[in-house]
Design a protein around this ligand. Structure first.
Ligand code: BDR
Ligand code: CA
Length: 311
């Protein structure tokens, strides 16, 4: 099983990503979860991460609180998508499992220093603040990372928080730039692919038909989360962004993309946080990312249903 750290700002789609990882121990060894401010403030994201671990029946999972604000900017949140709690939809109880005392950034640093080089993958599915802060604090960890598989950016699809910027990159563009320029092998799940992973009614019904608490919660979350995108874009369902990263780790054959150069815009007010992706290779800038463009959506939802059933 591949050793990973999930860095997250739950978020209904983050929650499904965490559940998929916890349901897949033969593929994924989840060393810990680091929460970051993003969809909602840190006090809620760290709490939501624990709610999800308890729901999965895995209260021993280590959850850490990381950075409560972007590196150089004020936090922008997304209650308009995820609701006031970040996990609006079903009724939820407060978690009983503890939050770890260590700061999330220090956990990332300590883990990368103590595990053998090239054996730990980072899976960021929120703004990249914790990861970039760890890189600034401890540059020695950078060459020790096996891979970073992240959700963020968009190119042909445009943006979802500005016309050209995707939320995770936009919230902390300086952090994103540090990560994209770091030289660590990157796999990027942009909106171009996540907008093809739509929660149709049939797919939500399949979660509910599991007849488990997890199935009911996931159905209620995806029902809630769906509303915004369907109303706004008229799509047949909401994009289930973040689980694409975990699905890729379990079965990369579900996805296709290109090794290309991707740069982050950090200066222009108009295009702040844009992922400038050289999809057609029109520059000679060296590739720094596997930029995913397509997925087998049926296969992706089949994997999700199959794994989540186990919890
Ligand atoms: C990303 O932003 C968040 O709202 C989602 O959880 C996802 O990580 C999509 O742009
Ligand atoms: Ca997220």
């Amino acid at each position: 099983a591949r050793k990973i750290i999930i860095d997250t700002d739950p978020g209904q789609d983050d929650a499904v990503a965490i559940l998929l990882a916890l349901a897949s121990p033969e593929d994924i060894d989840l060393l810990g979860i680091t929460a970051v401010a993003g969809n909602v403030p840190l006090a809620l994201t760290q709490k939501n991460a624990r709610i999800v671990c308890e729901l999965a029946g895995k209260p021993d999972t280590r959850v850490f609180a990381g950075c409560d604000a972007p590196m150089h900017r004020k936090l922008v949140t997304a209650e308009h998508v995820h609701g006031k709690t970040g996990l609006d939809g079903p009724q939820m109880d407060d978690p009983k499992m503890p939050l770890q005392a260590q700061h999330g950034v220090d956990f990332i640093i300590e883990t990368l220093r103590s595990e053998p080089t090239g054996t730990v993958t980072l899976c960021p599915i929120g703004p990249l603040t914790n990861i970039a802060t760890a890189f600034e604090k401890a540059p020695d960890i950078i060459p020790r990372i096996q891979e970073i598989v992240l959700m963020g950016g968009g190119y042909f699809e445009g943006g979802n928080i500005t016309p050209v910027a995707e939320f995770n990159i936009y919230v902390d563009p300086e952090a994103a730039k540090i990560v994209f320029d770091s030289g660590v092998p990157l796999v990027v799940m942009p909106l171009d692919v996540t907008h093809k992973a739509l929660t149709t009614k049939a797919r939500i019904d399949a979660f509910r038909a599991m007849g488990t608490k997890v199935g009911d919660m996931v159905a209620a979350w995806t029902d809630f989360f769906e509303r915004f995108d369907m109303e706004k874009y008229g799509s047949e369902g909401a994009p289930l962004h973040d689980p694409c990263t975990i699905a890729y780790l379990i079965d990369p054959t579900l996805f296709t993309g290109r090794h290309i150069n991707v740069e982050i815009e950090t200066e222009s007010e108009l295009t702040l946080g844009m992922t400038v992706a050289d999809w057609w290779r029109v520059t000679d800038r060296a590739p720094n990312a596997l930029f995913i463009g397509d997925l087998d959506a049926e296969g992706f939802y089949a994997l999700l249903a199959d794994r989540l059933k186990r919890l």
